[in-house]
Design a protein around this ligand. Sequence first.
Ligand code: HGY
Ligand code: MN
Ligand code: MN
Length: 396
Amino acid sequence: MWRELAAIGRETSTGGYRRYAWTAADTDCRSWFRDQAGARGLSHETDRNGNQWAWLGDPAAGDAVVTGSHLDSVPDGGAFDGPLGVVSAFAALDELRSRGAEFTRPLGIVNFGDEEGARFGLACVGSRLTSGQLTREKAYALTDADGITLPGAMEAAGHDPGAIGPDPGRLARIGAFVELHVEQGRALDLSGDRVGIASAIWPHGRWRFDFRGEANHAGTTRLADRRDPMPAYAETVLAARRAAELAGAVATFGKIAVEPNGVNAIPSLVRAWLDSRAADRATLDTVVAEIERAARDRARSDGVDLSVVRESFTPVVEFGHALRDELNRLLGGRVPVLATGAGHDAGILSAAVPTAMLFVRNPTGVSHSPAEFAAEDDCAAGVLALADVLEGLACR
Ligand code: HGY
Ligand code: MN
Ligand code: MN
């Protein structure tokens, strides 16, 4: 199963994955998901927002136990972020069948669409739409770098965007959602555990900084006459690192677009995206405010205009203690419980459905990189833990 999926959307020159929402690679991942469901005799449906659901039993019976994750990636992402949760879900079902488990609740396996937001800039589009945290209007306004809209991309991929929007009926049928995910950090490596349980997700967001200056000749324009946006951007990146260090938070400028992007042309525009996260909302607000202040100060002194737009935001998620503690009990009670700075569909869904997460050890902690790795025996331990959890929740 893993090897079949691993070949899809992999960029040979980097070893990273380019599985962006509603692209050919995404379509191939969706076909893979449908085939896995069919091979196990599960019913398959794609919901109005493009999320895929595979069912054992009739979801209309309600109180379903659902597990799964996402298959899309960040640019040149790793093999495990997302896919490990989906592959483990199918493998855990196989394990439960080998145990002769009798399901007393419907079991769902889900592939949430567009979790990374790599193409349209907003994280967790599929789960946000379904849970009503992203309005149809805002979704229709999302565009990629080529100006293609989200509905346009859906249609080109064969999905009718006409009905995108909240799906409360679907969520009402879910009694519990458990997402297994590779850890994006080293807590389990440091504690020597194969599997962990999530306690919380840090609040985090994405802000777009547009520094607008004046295009001019790099060789003939005196420094005093320039309205160059690049130094203001550079000052902002350094201010972001200082602010984050001071606050024990994180701040990253990982994506930048320069116009006209010529070696011998002073830029007219530097567009840069900030990703910032902190353990609590007040700290995050303080860090972002400090970064914006530094950006405005330097922009002003350089005669550069600045606009800052918040493009994506996820408030702190505290996973419900009942399901969290039930997972720990089902796994023997000695599983480490850890917070994460990474966003997940489980975080989005936790506003509407009892939700929990299992983490699988990542020996280097590296993620959002081709170097992302998890050892096969740790992944197998994750499958068995997920099977134990699903058995305890859905097979009593
Ligand atoms: O950015 C995140 O935290 C997640 O990988 N989407
Ligand atoms: Mn990710
Ligand atoms: Mn992920």
